[in-house]
Write a protein of this length. Structure first.
Length: 309
């Protein structure tokens, strides 16, 4: 008997001792994928990756194209690479440096994330755990706002903030985020909280904890995936928002990046496509980095949504 045969027999004896039903259980068969199938899958995935990443690659390569090549050079690579576009973008436009636009966008996005996460979590806890008159009607009204386009309330909101003297400030863009106006995130957190057993709440109440303590010490740690998902999407939406800043901001020094990009293209003069492409790519980098850092939390949130604890 060879050494390999002896090892296999010894392994079988050990498995039989640990699991007596191992003899009657059908043997597991390893499914080996053929080489040609692996090659086909690799080629298909590579083709999909190229299609998805091509616009981003084109955007990055085009930042090195001179302004004169746009509309003439239809190829991917520039004929005369230059970094002049980055110099123009760094200098800014309309007398405002690009760093100011970045700072404005960051302030609006960061404040929107904080306001949306806090207000949505509080509203979700109220809908999921508290019992009060009109709960069903208010929850249905909140869900109904998902069907209400933003354009319907533009004029009343503008009149309200204009009468308060808050136009050309960040307040109209940030204040609604602290009032739980994002019904999608409220609904998402309500679903998370409703999946949690109420036994934990009852145990905390016996120990003398109130609603605020229960919310802070029990609910918030358990809905962490939902909070991070809310933060990711609210940051991206606030960073890319164009209509809101266009409506409420009038001074160039208050413009965020989406409005600043419009300054490079003027219908009454020659548009600077090179600077526009470069500024667009630079504005895209923070979103990519933010998503790459927090994407695993987003996946965890989707994975844990189906778990019952």
């Amino acid at each position: 008997m060879t050494t390999s045969s002896f090892s296999e027999n010894a392994l079988i004896q050990v498995e039989n001792q640990v699991d007596p039903d191992a003899k009657t259980r059908p043997a597991r068969r390893r499914v080996k994928r053929k080489t040609w199938q692996t090659i086909i899958w690799f080629i298909a995935l590579l083709a999909v990756t190229v299609v998805v990443l091509y616009p981003l690659v084109w955007l990055f390569v085009s930042t090195f194209k001179p302004n004169s090549e746009f509309g003439q050079n239809m190829g991917l690579l520039p004929n005369n690479p230059t970094i002049e576009n980055y110099v123009k973008v760094a200098e800014g436009i309309a007398g405002v440096p690009m760093s100011t636009f970045f700072l404005n966008s960051f302030i609006i996005a960061a404040a929107s994330v904080i306001g949306t996460v806090i207000s949505s979590a509080l509203a979700a806890y109220a809908f999921a755990r508290l019992q009060f008159k009109g709960l069903g009607i208010l929850f249905a009204a909140m869900i109904g706002t998902l069907l209400l386009p933003f354009h319907v309330v533009i004029i009343p909101q503008y009149i309200l903030f204009n009468n308060l003297g808050l136009v050309d400030t960040f307040v109209p863009l940030i204040l609604p985020k602290f009032l739980a106006t994002e019904a999608f995130f409220v609904f998402l957190m309500v679903q998370f909280i409703r999946q949690m057993p109420r036994d934990m709440d009852e145990a905390a109440k016996i120990d003398g904890a109130g609603h605020l303590r229960i919310f802070w010490a029990i609910i918030l740690p358990l809905i962490k995936p939902a909070l991070i998902t809310c933060a990711i999407f609210s940051f991206i939406w606030a960073w890319n928002d164009f209509l809101g800043p266009l409506l409420y901001l009038t001074s160039p020094e208050n413009y965020p990046l989406p409005i600043a990009l419009r300054l490079y293209n003027d219908q009454t003069s020659v548009s600077d496509y090179g600077a526009t492409v470069t500024a667009s790519f630079i504005a895209l980098v923070p979103i990519l980095l933010f998503f790459i850092v927090f994407q695993r939390f987003l996946v965890d949130g989707v994975a844990t949504q189906g778990l019952k604890g």
